[in-house]
Ligand binder design. Structure first.
Ligand code: ADP
Ligand code: MG
Length: 260
């Protein structure tokens, strides 16, 4: 899919997304757009709906209403009855296959080596043969600085190394869009730098990324757009320079003051 899209193409568009858990409305009409090569940083207080929004993008959570468009095709649209309906299963699989995700808690398979973690989805979801994907997996391990750890088990690695494996594992599926949910929040402070460095390198290579983060320096330097969420709404949005230097909304100002 990647080679058929042009530079300005919208990779992800969400319109009027509503999501409730029972009586609790967590997303109250979210609109956003991410173009090819952009890095969207999503910041905001705990409980504001950031993870839920990210999880709605790749259908780890289903939306109640609104629309989700991936690379010009609808993953979900709202019908006349007001309910969101998802694409048929083949189309849905194809669109979800455009995305890779990295979680706060790494989520590596503990009983598999690093290399087996990387090969698992390409072999068992895409049906590739080991020899077709292993050279690429090795390249990715080199890229995240872990060539010498291919035969280790996750428990034998530091948190920062495990998270870099998780990034390489997601990349091994050749996604067009990478989703990150607070990828450094579970790490000791001295280990966040190595993970952020890997993410900055991806951004420099023009990977399209949506990153929920508490790392304001990363958002400021690596993002092309910043969204501040509170209470299930987008309160403020802008390019990082203006957003951080001159936030307009009181809630944004109060949040940023606390983060410094
Ligand atoms: P954030 O990532 O910004 O901290 P979340 O998206 O995780 O926020 O959560 C937003 C709100 O939704 C919170 O009140 C949380 O308790 C609630 N929530 C999240 N996931 C679920 C779930 N699976 N079931 C019920 N409530 C949930
Ligand atoms: Mg969260």
């Amino acid at each position: 899919m990647a080679n058929t899209i042009t530079k300005d193409e919208v990779m992800l568009r969400m319109h009027d997304i509503h999501k409730s858990f029972g009586a609790l409305e967590v997303l109250k009409g979210i609109d956003l757009e991410v173009r090819r090569g952009e890095v969207l940083a999503i910041i905001g207080p705990s409980g504001s709906g950031k993870s839920t929004l990210l999880r709605c993008i790749n259908k780890l959570e289903t939306i109640n209403s609104g629309s989700i468009e991936i690379e010009g095709e609808f993953l979900a649209v709202t019908k006349e009855n007001g309910q969101a309906e998802y694409a048929e299963s083949k189309k849905e699989r194809q669109l979800l296959g455009c995305m890779g995700m990295v979680f706060q808690q790494f989520n590596l398979f503990p009983h598999m080596t690093v290399m087996e973690n990387l090969l698992e989805a390409p072999m068992h979801v895409k049906g590739l043969k080991r020899e077709e994907i292993e050279p690429y997996a090795k390249e990715l391990l080199a890229k995240v600085g872990l060539s010498d750890r291919a035969d280790y088990y996750p428990s034998q690695l530091s948190g920062g190394q495990q998270q870099r494996v998780a990034i390489a594992r997601a990349l091994c599926m050749k996604p067009d869009i990478m989703l990150f949910d607070e990828p450094t929040s579970a790490l000791d402070p001295e280990l966040t730098g190595e993970v952020l460095k890997t993410m900055r390198e991806l951004a420099e290579e023009h990977m399209t990324m949506v990153v929920v983060t508490h790392e304001m320096a990363f958002a400021r330097e690596a993002a092309s757009q910043v969204i501040f969420m509170a209470g299930g709404n987008i309160v403020e949005q802008g390019e990082p320079e203006a957003f951080f230097a001159n936030p307009k909304e009181e809630r944004t100002k109060a949040f940023l003051k606390n983060m410094l």
